[in-house]
Design a protein around this ligand. Sequence first.
Ligand code: NDP
Ligand code: X2W
Length: 336
Amino acid sequence: MTQKVIIIGASGYTGAELAQILTRHPHFELAGLYVSQQSLDANKLISDLYPQLRTFCDLPLQPLPDDLSLLAIDADVVFLATDHQVSHDLAPVFLQQDCHVFDLSGAFRVNNADFYTKYYGFEHKYPELLDFAVYGLAEWNSKQIQQTDLVAVAGCYPTVSQLSLKPLIENNLLDLNQLPVINAVSGVSGAGRKPSITSSFCEVSLNAYGVFTHRHQPEIATHLGTEVIFTPHLGNFKRGILATITAKLQENVTDEQITSAYQQYYANCPLVRIYAQGLPSIKAVEFTPYCDIGFATHNGHIVIVGAEDNLLKGAASQAVQCANIRFGYNETLGLF
Ligand SMILES: NC(=O)C1=CN([C@@H]2O[C@H](COP(=O)(O)OP(=O)(O)OC[C@H]3O[C@@H](n4cnc5c(N)ncnc54)[C@H](OP(=O)(O)O)[C@@H]3O)[C@@H](O)[C@H]2O)C=CC1
Ligand SMILES: CC(=O)N[C@@H](CCC(=O)OP(=O)(O)O)C(=O)O
């Protein structure tokens, strides 16, 4: 059994990663790559933009047709690697034609229409889809993912932050009277391929941004079920996120209890690697579908360090992981 899949937003950074993964996937047949109707890249080959794909994937980047429903009828699965508002507009068209939608944007991640006005700057028109969507944090929501046609793949910073904190919160090992503090540094690919002054080579050094205002704070807090302080940073490297998370432990919590909580939740999760010693780095995870987690404790506090590739576990490979789960395949199929 194979599913016919298409990627919309295929010329972008996460779209190109999806194209690479789906080309080698044994059960998903990559049937088409799409960009906007006005795209400057329309009708180029994806391998013209990403020469590393030459001979491996030479499909053209097609402009979206006027009648999207014809495209939707012909596809079993669509990956939306598009901006939030574009995904918001496209997903219902595909769902209407019984196409399975895996959306990499934030358009369906938080079940609260007001959140979109406040943090995304647009009015959400599909509250019923917010009810229906399953949050694609693969390790935590696999049962729900198996049963949905709309997966809102978790955001990049939220993925590493939640994978790091959730086992400890679920086992009541943290004193949440002191809010966990997440400081995370992302490579510049997190900002996407479109040019902008803030992601321009000579402008990027290392800086915090979105302090107390970034949309990933409420995404993390909603799905963790507890408030956090989240500060993203932009670093002068291409890909990867390193999150350093400080939290207060409940009285007398031992390192063994912490390790055992991680093992309890991730023993059967091949894409989360818990370090027995040492701390993860971006070097350990870049170009891989893993999230690596390590920790140290001192005087009743814990510092957890989580690392992932923002374009893979933080986006494209987690999207395919969710699709594998949805169709009953091994969750790592096509990811290595
Ligand atoms: N980069 C990252 O690390 C992560 C990104 N995400 C999310 O994934 C999504 C894609 O991100 P990323 O790959 O970085 O973005 P890019 O800016 O690199 O790519 C966006 C893609 O969308 C296409 N596009 C733009 N407008 C339209 C339209 N109206 N219809 C169809 N296609 C369109 C662009 O092509 P063109 O303009 O030529 O048409 C391009 O192919 C975003 O929602 C982002 O928030 C999630 C997690 C991590
Ligand atoms: C470095 C950088 O700019 N990162 C982006 C986050 C990545 C992203 O695309 O956000 P989603 O995961 O919500 O889709 C930002 O801070 O807006």
